[in-house]
Design a binder for this molecule. Structure first.
Ligand code: 3IO
Length: 340
């Protein structure tokens, strides 16, 4: 009896010793607790990527880090995200740069009509632009990843087949996408995505301009029977961490998170691109949504109306002493680099 329990104890000790040696990050399980705030509801892509990141970090640190996620604006809302993380109300937060366009001027250049074809390419381009220019807007936080949506299209209660149809139409967007709607003659209405549900229900807006996975994830297909394919611009996002919390992390935990920066951007891009396809099929099947493709001639008219936007951004950014032309040129180069 004694001998047996002695052997069991030895076994446990050997097992514990082996675990300690081979664990890449060794610490007491859940010793480091972090909160992660997000603004839209749990089933939407910003929260899906959040749960994936949480799972990977917890796994790769062998449970030394435990992350508590707060979807649906339960800890910080859409526009409060950046300042909330800086102030430490949440340790980590996911933000959409379009909701504070004046604050994220440099990285918002990715939401100019420059032809980003999908979320994977957009996410990699955005991350490279951030790394190269290291914008002041992110000086007070640690950037954990960045990604973009898939290109935006018009979802509406009435069919939009020509520029005449969009003229004066109340459509919801944010940031750079608002300017595009304005250039097409729509009446652009700015608000973050979560507020759009009620605005559509109450008829405050007749549609929205965003990536198409929202047709399924927010059930917009129930209210918007039409989609006009324009594949125009993306919305850029960032995941940021409170800088003091970051500095207090052990080096090996920091490494796990640093190794995830590009990987998470790619993962989110691929998830988004696949999910857009699913959402399109679901919208057609479940709600009989009509997808409108503009003729080449009509599309050329729409594109022509946007040409001034890039020049205008360059002029405005120059005033803010940014190397504006170079940034736009770099974005174009990066798009062709990753779009292969
Ligand atoms: C978005 C924001 C939250 C949840 C899902 C989403 N899909 C696209 C966006 C982009 C966005 O923030 C917007 O305002 O269209």
């Amino acid at each position: 009896m004694k001998r047996k329990s002695g052997m069991i104890l030895a076994g446990i000790l050997i097992a514990a010793f082996t675990l300690t040696i081979f664990m890449p990050v060794s610490a007491t399980a859940g010793a480091i607790k972090l909160t992660y705030a997000n603004f839209p509801p749990a089933p939407t892509f910003p929260c899906v990527q959040m749960e994936r990141w949480k799972t990977e970090v917890e796994k790769r640190t062998n449970g030394a880090v435990a992350i508590q996620t707060f979807p649906g604006g339960t800890l910080l809302g859409a526009k409060a995200m950046m300042d909330g993380v800086i102030a430490g109300q949440a340790d980590i937060g996911n933000l959409c740069m379009a909701y504070q366009p004046g604050r994220f001027v440099l990285t918002n250049a990715t939401s100019l009509p420059l032809g980003i074809p999908n979320s994977r390419v957009g996410s990699l381009v955005l991350l490279d632009v951030y790394k190269k220019y290291n914008p002041k807007a992110f000086a007070k936080v640690k950037v954990l990843t960045m990604f973009t949506t898939a290109p935006t299209n018009i979802m509406s209660k009435v069919p939009v087949r020509t520029l005449k149809d969009i003229n004066g139409l109340d459509l919801r967007a944010s940031g750079g996408a608002l300017k595009i709607l304005g250039a097409w003659g729509a009446n652009p209405v700015g608000m973050p995505m979560p507020a759009t549900v009620e605005a559509l229900q109450k008829g405050v807006v007749k549609g929205l301009f965003s990536s198409l996975e929202v047709m399924k994830d927010f059930k917009f297909a129930e209210m918007c029977g039409y989609v006009t394919m324009t594949n125009t611009v993306i919305y850029p996002f960032a995941v940021v961490m409170n800088i003091d919390k970051w500095k207090a992390l052990p080096k090996n935990v920091q490494k796990v998170m640093d190794d995830l920066i590009v990987e998470q951007a790619k993962w989110t891009g691929n998830y988004m691109d696949n999910h857009v396809k699913e959402s399109i099929n679901w919208s057609k099947k479940t709600h009989n949504v009509e997808f409108i493709n503009l003729s080449k001639k009509e599309k050329a008219k729409w594109d022509k109306k946007l040409q001034f936007l890039n020049d205008k951004w360059i002029a405005d950014a120059k005033e803010k002493e940014l190397p504006a032309k170079k940034i736009v040129k770099d974005i174009k180069k990066l798009i062709s680099k990753y779009d292969k």
